[in-house]
Ligand binder design. Structure first.
Ligand code: PHE
Length: 350
């Protein structure tokens, strides 16, 4: 029996030494040391031995089992370690490799410029109001002193909304897509008491489309209603905007012009921020760039909005957001705003 024990011992030692994975090592353990294993089989036969033999053989059997257990344990820890190492090797990360580029969205240029405008005018006390894009013709036209025969009412220029009501030819639905942000003047004056210092950015719609006009674009309206407001206040405000938005050297000039809702009315230009008035393609060599319309709010506008005039008076101005973005950021075509070309959009990460 001693020989069998020693024989099994050698066999088991060899098997432990040969095992290459912790799984196969475990099988070896089960085979030799497990409850149904070879050693247990031998130990079960011990009962048949004489007490003396049982003592010597039992001692040897215990030695062998202890030895095998400790061989097993050290082999197991070696295998586990190398298995862990090879797993770590497989999962190795090179933290010096450049990261994968993730696509992150950015604000659209119109959004960015709108934010800049709110911030600039906010600094001189303007607060922001928004108005509906689907507007009543009253707010867009009548209340702004734009009579029923004015050219801008023409279907060629204005998108009318079909409200399902049948009308005679020449009569239009009162619902339109607003053609400018000026209706916000009326809405604000009707709901708030002077003094007012309000700006209103947002989308506007006109039924024309060519290389330099898009049927949908954005404007910002600004207006002040207070006592003793003057044209000089208007020019000062526009000058502040131009310096803050385009650059500290930029000047503004007013040119007499006509809008039904202001009197006197003026278009305003900024000195070309790109060529500093040396003459370039943006200002077409003139050194000046047309920015928007402005003027002193017409008495008829105050009348329709229910503001006491001449106790109160005021100025208003409006300009195209894409227009000033084009000038400031040197955008070359209006289509860039709507084409969604990421190469364009990505340039305006803030
Ligand atoms: N609403 C005018 C336009 O769209 C701009 C403007 C606003 C002019 C305020 C004068 C005063 O062209």
């Amino acid at each position: 029996m001693l020989d069998r024990i020693n024989g099994l011992f050698e066999e088991a030692k060899l098997a432990i030494a040969k095992a290459t994975t912790s799984e196969s090592l475990y099988e070896v353990k089960v085979r030799y040391l497990g409850k149904q294993g070879s050693f247990s089989g031998i130990l079960k036969e011990m009962g048949k031995l004489t007490p003396d033999d049982r003592k010597t053989i039992g001692k040897r059997a215990n030695e062998v089992r202890d030895e095998l257990e400790s061989l097993y344990l050290s082999k197991e820890s070696g295998l586990k370690r190398s298995e862990l190492n090879s797993r770590l090797e497989k999962e190795r990360l090179d933290i010096t490799l450049p990261g994968e580029k993730r696509m992150v969205g950015s604000d659209h240029l119109v959004v960015r410029v709108t934010r800049e405008l709110c911030e600039i005018f906010g600094r001189i006390g303007f607060s922001v109001r928004l108005g509906p894009h689907i507007e009543k013709d009253f707010f867009n036209f009548d209340a702004l002193n734009i009579g029923p025969d004015h050219a801008s009412r023409d279907m060629q220029d204005t998108f009318y909304i079909d409200d399902g009501v049948e009308r005679k030819t020449g009569e239009f639905s009162p619902w339109i897509l607003r053609t400018h942000t000026s209706p916000v003047q009326i809405r604000s004056m009707m709901t708030e008491k002077p003094p007012l210092r309000i700006m209103s950015p947002g989308g506007v719609y006109r039924s024309d489309s060519d290389v330099s006009h898009s049927p949908h674009f954005h404007q910002v309206e600004g207006f002040v209603v207070d006592e003793n407001v003057s044209m000089a206040d208007l020019k000062g405000t526009l000058g502040f905007f131009a310096r803050e938005f385009f650059g500290s050297e930029v000047k503004v000039r007013l040119r007499p012009s006509f809008f039904p809702f202001v009197e006197p009315g003026a278009e305003f230009d900024a000195s070309c921020p790109l060529c500093k008035q040396k003459g370039c393609s943006m200002c077409k060599g003139s050194g000046w760039i047309e920015i928007g319309g402005s003027g002193m709010i017409h008495p008829n506008v105050f009348k329709s909005a229910g503001i006491e005039y001449p106790k109160y008076n005021g100025f208003a101005f409006g300009m195209g957001i894409e227009r000033i973005a084009i000038v400031k950021y040197g955008v070359t075509h209006i289509g860039a705003f709507t084409e969604n070309d990421t190469r364009f959009l990505e340039q305006f990460r803030s």
